[in-house]
Design a protein. Structure first.
Length: 296
């Protein structure tokens, strides 16, 4: 398996964007079967460069995540990245997880602070653990042998009281601590990404790849729930169109494909090094967006 930093270097040399997508660990055996028998094979049609698998609030899906990442790499020969959070773990417990990942051939980790157990309530570090994701990045860099990604928030982290500019400065600190690339939280107004990108690169001296995270929306209620959780802003025209389509999920899905494709087209013209799709364990919308862009 390849290091993701090397994948981006190769794509840059080939003058094409890297394509990637994110899964979450299914909760049932049937869900896992669907992921491996239908979703991933369908997404392979667009020739992705890598994928990532989330960790769950409080590290609740750790073992499942490890197993899914290992199996994706083994069964599909596709580089897969494991999310890793600080929540509920001491340094030594995290070291055990990292070494387990290494033994399974996992070379890429996305270092995150993570959400509290259950996904709600205040975030409290455990004794002997980490308070900030930049500490986790530095810890992984000291362990060595991994490519390390980190998360960026074009509109600022929802839990950051000091505002988005301060949040971007902390992100630059994570890069200085050893992060090899940045993948962003979802956003629906590209201007938010452009301001974020320009501040990082022009004012803070960040040079690693900054990859936009794209969500082709699937349903009105689901979209509003996601954005409330992560603090992403929905443009007025976007909300108006969602409300107009109402609970017609098929129409919302087609609108989501069209909107995401327009977002991606503009981002590619801006010069982003890749596109990272939050696929929500579905294939249709992501495949259609990539096809509409002529990248499949």
């Amino acid at each position: 398996m390849k290091f993701i930093r090397d994948i981006h270097a190769a794509c840059r040399a080939a003058k094409r964007p890297a394509l990637s997508f994110e899964f979450f660990p299914p909760k049932t055996e049937q869900g896992i079967a669907t992921l491996f028998e239908k979703t991933i094979p369908a997404l392979l049609a667009i020739r992705p460069d890598y994928c990532s698998v989330t960790y769950g609030a409080g590290g609740s899906t750790r073992d499942t995540t490890l197993g899914i990442v290992e199996r994706i790499q083994r069964d599909f020969d596709l580089t897969a990245m494991m999310h890793l959070t600080c929540v509920g773990s001491t340094r030594e417990q995290l070291r055990e997880v990292v070494e387990d990942a290494r033994s399974r051939g996992i070379k890429n980790l996305l270092a995150l602070r993570g959400d509290p157990p259950g996904g709600t309530g205040p975030w409290v570090p455990v004794e002997g653990g980490f308070t900030y994701s930049r500490e986790l990045v530095a810890f992984l860099r000291d362990i060595g042998g991994f490519c390390i990604g980190t998360a960026g928030f074009p509109e600022g982290h929802v839990a950051q009281p000091l505002g988005k500019v301060a949040d971007w400065e902390f992100l630059a600190d994570k890069v200085s601590a050893g992060a090899d690339f940045i993948i962003t939280q979802i956003f629906f107004d590209n201007e938010d990404f452009y301001r974020f990108h320009d501040h990082l690169t022009q004012k803070l001296g960040v040079t690693v790849p900054i990859i936009p995270g794209i969500l082709p929306v699937l349903a009105r209620g689901q979209t509003k729930k996601f954005t409330e959780m992560c603090g992403a802003r929905l443009p007025e025209k976007f909300v108006a169109r969602l409300d107009e389509l109402g609970d017609d999920d098929e129409a919302v899905r087609e609108f989501g494909i069209e909107y995401a494709a327009q977002q991606c087209e503009a981002l590619l013209k801006f010069g982003v090094p890749g596109l990272h799709f939050y696929a929500l364990n579905k294939s249709h919308s992501t495949v259609e967006v990539v096809r509409n862009l002529g990248l499949a």
